[in-house]
Design a protein around this ligand. Sequence first.
Ligand SMILES: *Cc1c(COP(=O)(O)O)cnc(C)c1O
Length: 418
Amino acid sequence: MKGVPGVGRLDPAAGEAHKRHMVERFTGSFTQQEPIPEEGIAAALEVLRSGRLHRYNLAPGESGEVALLEQEFAAMVGAKYCVAVASGGYALATALRALGVRPGERVLTNAFTLAPVPGAIASLGAVPAFVGVTEALTIDLDDLAEKAGQARVLLLSHMRGHVCDMDRLMAICDAAGLAVVEDCAHTMGAAWRGVPSGRHGRVGCYSTQTYKHLNSGEGGLLVTDDTELAARAVILSGSYMLHDRHLAAPDREVFERVKYDTPNVSGRMDNLRAAILRPQLRRLDEQVARWNARYRVIESGLRGCPGLQVIERPPEEAFVGSSFQFLLPGWPAEAVRAVVEACAARGVELKWFGAPEPHGFTSRYDSWRYVAAPAMPRTDRVLAGLLDMRVPLTFSLADCALIARIIRDEVVAAHRGL
Ligand SMILES: *Cc1c(COP(=O)(O)O)cnc(C)c1O
């Protein structure tokens, strides 16, 4: 480790930086979310006391928590139809099934996303075809334009909440006849030029898994304006021909057209999860503002740090700062690792997408070896210097300022040694 700054700097007696000031440490947890709001807990208890957890198990005159959640979510994003399901990944696979994706068919998707995205494609026996990532951490639209003729469907992931130029993306996809399914696991509450994320493409898919913007442990939501696709999604989710009990689904005659040739791929949401989610949905805007306040504190703490590049957010993008990314562009791998280790030693958990071996999760095309994918050197270059951290709302603004100081400190020290 000789010549690698940042390593072995734990001893307060060693290292220049430590002579100048006290070594600060962060002691919060990067995986600690806020509690479920009391209103959600009360609603959950009511569902438990009723015994009617299955979404279609309704008392006379009762709409049910799941149907109400679907109605409220559709209204929030301005969609005609919404189906609540068991997970975000399930919503993605359902969208692809409802679009008629066949085994062996190529489906375009991001080379940098989370494993359930290519996994949804693979679950149908279809084949992911990867599109690269730019330094803005969005899909490479030049690469997409080149590959657009190779598929019928683009499964677009707004990975880590970065929204690409959706006007240009839709122009490319419309010209090529590509149907767009949006993975909005990190963009629930975000928008591009005022249009909610998930509302540019044919289908928008969201996750309500614990680490996303609403927390029901597991869960997903699918929205669309496409009438027949919505009916298929309801049947696919496992509606047992009880589609009359939906409040954000097409009319009965649409189901008549599709109900005998659409399989039941059981993956419903239950009333307990929906009960927890509805109060959270009502305060989503407020939570987004809190996330973004934290994001901006970290951003301003890191801006101008030598050797470090913050990701500039375009003015058209209304984002949700539930995680923070930055680049150490062109840094040697051992120096990036040294920063990660030095930050970890001071309580700041960074994820490094350029690590030679993935830890715990996989996010890059070359980790999904069930796909024969050609090398993508430009994507590799971006990911080699990409660091990431979660920003749970249990962090205060002061916590965020402290985290930024620690990162800055370690990056400066490591950069000096380069
Ligand atoms: C979490 C996540 C998903 C899938 O969500 P689950 O609800 O966990 O299935 C999809 N895409 C991205 C980018 C995610 O982070």
